[in-house]
Design a protein around this ligand. Structure first.
Ligand SMILES: Cc1ncc(COP(=O)(O)O)c(C=O)c1O
Length: 384
């Protein structure tokens, strides 16, 4: 049995490997505190869970739910974008629900990348940007995110021969893993650059409603003309604490949405109807709980910011997302440090290199864990 080279050449998905490593420690009886994956540890409010339950009780909600998402969910999404960002979307042509945004991030490559073509992916960045291009028999080019550039890519640095083969460009702010945010002027610059070079911007925006210190994150679709060159990915995973439910959204360019839909109709058969019904309620219901939830994350962020210097680490205070992007102690290799810390004190922090070569020198710390456990992690790290 021969496995296709596209799979053989793919590195294992980083968090699958991490899960294994943590499981090994736990099997040895170590009480691991994992600051690894960004999976919200809190539940959505009861009214969203009730909507799921009520829909599931109905006789007619258990068949295939259709390829395009329910009209109600598409309408709710368009209304949410209208209210939240002032962006007008046609629910039929400019909105498509996804089975979690990750499948959309991967599948968009099948729609836009031919063999040998290139996706411009931020480095460090969410691994699926790069892997999606490889799965489409394309390639990924790393756009470095550096502290001195406020973690924004420098478009002028992309070589001409790469640009000639590039079809899509990934951007993600509030950014995973760096916690950086993007000013509107940068988003405008990105749209202009994409228009000039015939690129599709894939703007990954799952953290737009997980923000702190009164920061309000934009959608790239707010930039005039963005719908001509952008598809935005959003997700209910982080905004509504619904990561395991698997509901994401693709929005913007009708041409891109249509091409993505062609891929998806051949691969999947839509989202379970009760989940779509509950997602509709999540988007249209009372949003006031999000501020309280963000205050919880903010407190956790601040706990980490407090203990980082005690172990020789530092970080910029993130205004959004679920992570603190911390510099390793001077001269220390991120991967070696992470493994050493896990083995010595049972705390797991993800080495920055899990997100690309430019992540060297950093560790990503997730805030999806209780304040008490975060304090305990800080105390344990003092014993290093
Ligand atoms: C930047 C980024 N994009 C996309 C996703 C995937 O989210 P979803 O649960 O919608 O697949 C994540 C999840 O951690 C993420 O960090």
């Amino acid at each position: 049995m021969k496995i296709a080279s596209r799979i053989d050449n793919l590195p294992p998905y980083v968090f699958a490997t991490v899960e294994k490593r943590i499981a090994e420690q736990r099997a040895k009886g170590v009480d691991v505190i994992s600051l690894g994956i960004g999976s919200p540890d809190l539940a959505p409010p009861k009214y969203i869970i009730d909507a799921l339950y009520e829909s599931a009780l109905k006789e007619d909600t258990h068949g295939y739910a259709g390829y395009y998402g329910t009209p109600a969910l598409r309408k709710a999404t368009a209304e949410y974008y209208g209210k939240r960002f002032g962006v007008e979307l046609d629910p039929d042509t400019e909105v498509r629900p996804l089975i979690g945004s990750k499948e959309g991030l991967a599948n968009i490559n099948l729609a836009f990348i031919d063999p040998g073509e290139i996706a411009l992916a931020t480095d460090p960045g969410y691994p699926t940007y790069r892997m999606g291009a490889l799965l489409a028999n394309g390639d990924a080019y790393s756009m470095p995110l550096r502290e001195e550039n406020d973690w924004l890519p420098v478009f002028e640095d992309i070589p001409g021969d790469i640009l000639a083969k590039a079809r899509i460009m990934w951007l993600n702010y509030p950014n995973n893993p760096t916690g950086a945010i993007a000013p509107m002027a940068f988003l405008q610059q990105a749209v202009d650059f994409a228009s000039a070079h015939d690129l599709l911007i894939c703007y990954d925006n799952p953290y737009c409603d997980v923000t702190f210190d009164s920061y309000v994150a934009p959608s790239i679709l707010q930039v005039p003309g963005a719908k001509d060159v952008c598809i935005e990915f959003n997700s209910l995973s982080k905004t509504y604490n619904m990561a395991g439910w698997r509901v994401g959204l693709a929005l913007g360019s009708a041409k891109a949405i249509d091409a993505l839909t062609t891929v998806k109709t051949n691969i999947d058969s839509g989202i379970f109807r009760p989940i779509q019904d509950a997602a509709t309620v999540a988007l249209t219901g009372d949003q006031s709980w999000l501020a309280d939830r963000n205050a919880i994350y903010q407190e956790r962020r601040d706990i980490i910011m407090e203990w980082l210097p005690t172990i020789g680490m530092s970080a910029e205070v993130p205004k959004g997302g679920l992570y603190v992007w911390a510099k390793t102690p001077e001269g220390v290799n991120a991967q070696e440090f992470a493994v050493d810390v896990l083995e010595k004190v049972g705390v797991w922090m993800t080495p920055g290199t899990a997100f690309g070569d430019y992540g060297e020198g950093y560790l990503r710390l997730s805030i999806c864990i209780s304040a008490d456990r975060l304090r305990e992690a800080g105390e344990r790290l003092l014993r290093l």
